[in-house]
Design a protein around this ligand. Structure first.
Ligand code: GLN
Length: 528
């Protein structure tokens, strides 16, 4: 294909009805036809990035390879399309305004009036072009619903985009919700009609309308929406709720959208969905064996807060052909009984002192009792503190958890040169960093290579002065930064599976290509 084609996704009636997953599923289908597909989120809120957003309200903070803190939608994009998002994949209003205001203050507009149209819109267009470099098809999701005050300049930008690249190179997709009214026992299309009218008012007539419903709806509902909205009946399709997000691509295929997509790209080859089909079948299978994994967490029960971790675990279980029973263990009151009751323990990332003793207790239990343990970022720091305590430093701790310089037993500390504006996230080590694994370690064997690159989001490091005690406690360093200054991986050589990393391997795990640490963690439990 010669030039990039663009799919713009907007939502009507409600937000949170699966606009991103619908769009990513279409991307997965196009990818399965052999195209390079990328995706971008334009979010109308005024934050500059997602780094300071509360994970309880907003879910997990996802980190791109080039070190931008974004929201969890980008994680979905990576999992569905198996590509690496970048700083261009997220465009928040706040970052656009910031850039415009900085340029204005620096005299960059030469005395001109700075306006939403054309300045804001042009900058959005520029970001879309940058994000789509090297792709055949680029999908842009506009957050929120059409008509929101904050979102209007984005809608105008995507309308203008068609003027720039040609309408035939743009496909507009609108996802609308049709509610079921229980008292009158009917589906109501009026809100969807109004949402499409709003969109028309902004100059966009969609090429596809996805009607989201709780249960499959009669064809007449789609026809009605089509008739009232000036859209052809074939272009309005129903996407009812489904159990797993990984079944949505099949729902999309069944809906009849493929013909429209084929027309758009000018190629009616069939997508090769065989890997997706296997994965979705495994996820739905009730296998003979069930394993229980305890997630020692601070934000208990909120899957969104650890979504990359839980998705990686679920995918690893499906590929290992076992059922996964995920047990949430509250880090604040976790006891050995909790750790004993599960087959393996995961300690994910986290910030601040709350709940850390529970995480250290989990690592201590796992070390002593040969319980499979996977430590992710803070999970590695907790493991090092646990081992140092077992190795003789009774009050080993982290500078982050209130232990002071004076204690001199900060096994985890801030290195000189990394100190700075801690409360604003200014000194965080973010994004991809390389590590070198030591031959002869389990970590090396799991990766099957020496040089690895993983994404990071942390501020504290292991103080290598305490390595003798950490080793005495049962942990060995299995990977460091290439200069050897930073500890990147540790493992307990005598345990069945005890591996922890300063990085976040969960960000790079894919449903169809599960990260080896997660695969091996689950395999080690399965083989118990
Ligand atoms: N709070 C720890 C640090 O800043 C760990 C961070 C994390 O788990 N993402 O180093």
């Amino acid at each position: 294909m010669k030039r990039c084609k663009y799919i713009f996704v907007t939502g009507g009636v409600l937000s949170g009805v699966g606009k991103g997953i619908t769009a990513a599923s279409m991307g997965a289908i196009l990818k399965a036809k052999g195209y390079r597909v990328t995706m971008q989120k334009c979010d109308p809120y005024l934050n500059v990035d997602a780094g300071l957003l509360n994970p309880v309200e907003h879910g997990e903070c996802f980190v791109t390879h080039d070190g931008v803190e974004t929201d969890l939608d980008l994680g979905h994009y990576e999992r569905f399309l198996d590509f690496e998002t970048s700083k261009y994949s997220i465009t928040l209003s706040g970052s656009i305004y910031k850039e415009l205001i900085e340029r204005e203050r620096a005299g960059g507009f030469h005395g001109k009036t700075v306006q939403l149209v054309p300045h804001f819109t042009n900058l959005v267009i520029e970001k879309i072009e940058k994000a789509s470099a090297n792709s055949d098809i680029h999908i842009v999701e506009i957050g929120g619903t059409v008509g929101d005050y904050e979102g209007l300049p984005f809608i105008e930008a995507i309308r203008l985009f068609a003027n720039k690249v040609g309408r035939r190179n743009c496909l507009y997709l609108s996802v609308v919700y049709v509610p079921w009214i229980n008292t009158s026992k009917e589906l109501k299309t009026k809100p969807a009609q109004n949402a499409l009218k709003d969109l028309r008012g902004f100059g966009i007539i969609p090429d596809i309308v996805c009607v989201r419903t709780e249960k499959p709806c009669p064809r007449s509902i789609c026809e009605k929406i089509a008739a009232f909205s000036g859209i052809s009946g074939d272009a309005v399709v129903n996407l009812p709720d489904i159990n797993s997000v990984y079944d949505v691509p099949f729902n999309v295929l069944k809906s009849g959208v493929l013909e429209i997509l084929n027309d758009f790209v000018g190629d009616d080859s069939d997508p090769d969905m065989s890997k997706w089909a296997d994965f979705s079948a495994w996820r739905a299978t009730d296998f003979d064996k069930t394993i229980t994994v305890g997630l020692v967490a601070k934000y208990v029960g909120n899957e969104d807060t650890y979504i990359c971790v839980t998705e990686a675990l679920k995918a690893a279980a499906a590929h290992n052909k076992v059922n996964l029973d995920l047990k949430w263990i509250n880090a604040e009151d976790a006891t050995d009984k909790d750790f004993e009751s599960v087959d393996g323990v995961v300690v994910p990332g986290g910030f601040g002192a709350r709940g850390t003793e529970g995480k250290i207790a989990a690592a201590t239990y796992a070390l002593k009792n040969d319980k499979p343990y996977l430590g992710l970022c803070l999970g590695m720091q907790a493991a090092c503190i646990a081992a140092a305590r077992m190795g003789g430093i009774k009050n080993a701790n982290s500078e982050e958890f209130g232990a002071t310089e004076k204690d001199k037993n900060n096994v985890i500390y801030i290195m000189e040169g990394q100190k700075g504006k801690e409360s604003t996230g200014g000194t965080m080590r973010l994004g991809d960093y390389p590590a070198v694994l030591k031959k002869g370690t389990k970590t090396y064997d799991i990766y099957g290579k020496k040089d690895v690159v993983e994404r990071h989001r942390h501020r504290y490091e292991v103080n290598q002065k305490f390595l003798p005690q950490i080793e005495k406690g049962g942990l060995k360093v299995s990977g460091t930064s290439p200069d050897g200054k930073l500890v990147e991986f540790v493992e307990a050589p005598d345990n069945k599976f005890f591996v922890a990393t300063q990085a976040h391997p969960e960000f790079k795990s894919r449903p169809l290509d599960v990260h080896p640490l997660f695969m091996e963690f689950i395999r080690s439990i399965k083989d118990l």
